[in-house]
Structure formats: structure tokens, C-alpha cells
Write a protein that binds this ligand. Sequence first.
Ligand code: MF3
Ligand code: CO
Length: 301
Amino acid sequence: MNIPYNVTMGERNAPCWCGSGKKWKKCHFPRRDSRTECEQHRLQFGVHCKTEEQIQGVRHACRITSKILNDVCRQAQPGVATSFLDSYAVQRMEEEGVASACLGYGSPPFPKSICTSINEEICHGIPSQRILKEGDIVNIDIACISGGYYGDCSQMVIVGGHSSPERENVVAVSKQALLASIQVLKPQVPLKIIGETIASVVKENGKFSIVEMFVGHGVGLKFHEAPQVHHFPNRSLIPLIPGMIFTIEPMINVGTKECVIDPSNQWTALTADSKPSAQWEHTILITEDGHEILTSWDEPL
Ligand code: MF3
Ligand code: CO
């Protein structure tokens, strides 16, 4: 069925054509058939929109994951090794009865339970004996499995609270880009609005670039599901529909968007020009009347 989402309020409130005397919106206004809509998305795009029960499960997984992320971020102080952040996260996951989605993921298997990506590391940094210094910017990325459901989120920490204007700026712009791209999400809007919105925020703020090699993703029943969520301008006309759950996780670079993968571990993505990079990530649910951010950050850190 073709749904007249572009009708005006006046048209929706006008008397129904059937003569019932009721408003059109209360009478023969075409209802979205959510079952057909979800079936369409699965067949056409491989996108699984979640049932109410699944949403409850993912919401719970996201709540725990983001609580652990908030706790780990508070530990990211000068003098602390990233391997400590990893063990602290493992301890918190055990307390909460959840498992890391990252540990053992992929090939070669990701060796740690969280990602810690410092300065010119774009993503997939591996916790190590490296000590955080005042002025480092570090992305902490945590994904957990709770009762079979997945949550995924990340934040930046400016270690010690202050850094160079350039580093502080890329941290701020990447956060602003993510939050702006969430604001516009509601049913029937095409997926490409995310990349467009991120690009417009980045452009307003100078010369930074958007990484294209890594994308956001559907999440919930598996760690990585369809659709891919591009953070740069693209042509995806996949309409957002209620029950879709996906991450947005833009990586913004001070210099070139090009990356190199560290050959020594085959995971860590570094900026090709060694300039800083920053990333923030939320898991988002599309609802009947907009969106819900399932992962919540403590503000301010
Ligand atoms: N948020 C990141 C992602 O979706 C987390 C990566 S964990 C890793 O890819 F195991 F893949 F490193
Ligand atoms: Co992710």
C-alpha cells in the first residue's frame, strides 16, 4: 500500500471521504501494515525489524553495555594502561552477567574484550600495556551480549580533561555529527539521511574528513546485521521503519580519510597520515513516532 506520509495536518483532519463524519485520520486513513512492512524489509534489504519482545531484550543489553562503558570511561585517567580498562570491563561484564561481543570475534579472532583506540588509531585498537597520557584522546568501544541480544556503543575520553585544540575539536565534531544524525531519524526517512547529516556537520566545522572504510550496522540479534550504515553521502533509499535497530558510529579524521590496518595485529585501523581521529557510537531504535537512543552516556564525563 502506498502511504500518504506527505499529506498535511489539514488533510488528515478533514472529514473522511466515506461519509462517516469522522476525521479521515480516524477513519479510512491508510494504516501502515507493520507485518507487511517488516516482511518487505527482510526480503528486499535483509533487514530484520525486531518484535516487541526482541526490542525489550536489545534495550536491556544496550542499557547494561552503556552502563559498563560509562564506568570504564571514568577509569581512563593519565597513568592507566589500556589493558587495565579491558580487565576492568571484563570484571564489570561478569558482575552484570553479560559477555563481550568483541572477544574472539572475526579472523584473526579479536584478542581482547573491548577496543581502545588512541589518537591516530581510528578504531579496533587492542588494549595493551600502553599507558594513557594527559592529552591523549581515546575511543572506548564496548559491545555486549545479554540473554542472546547485542548492544554496541563507544565514547571518546580526553585523558586528563585537556588536549590540543585540534584533538579536542575532532572529539567535539564527531560527537556533534553523531547526535545531529540521530535527531533526524523517524519512520520513512531514507537511510542516506544519516551520511548527509554527518557530512553537513563535518563540513560546517572545517577540514576534517569522514572515514569510509568502516560503517555502522544493524545490531540486536547478531553483532553485525544488515543494513550497513554509511557515515558519508550515499544513495541508500532504504526507508527507516519501526523496529529497526542499528548503530551509528562516525569516525572523523583531522586529515585524510584514508586508513591503514596495522599489519602486526591485522585489526587496528590507523589514519594514513598519522593525524588524530575520533569516534562516538550509539545503538538506535526506530519507533512509531521517531527514534529511541538505546545506549546512554553519562553527561558530562
Ligand atoms: N563497534 C565496533 C564495530 O561494530 C566494535 C568492534 S569490536 C571488534 O565494529 F571485535 F570487532 F573489534
Ligand atoms: Co558497532
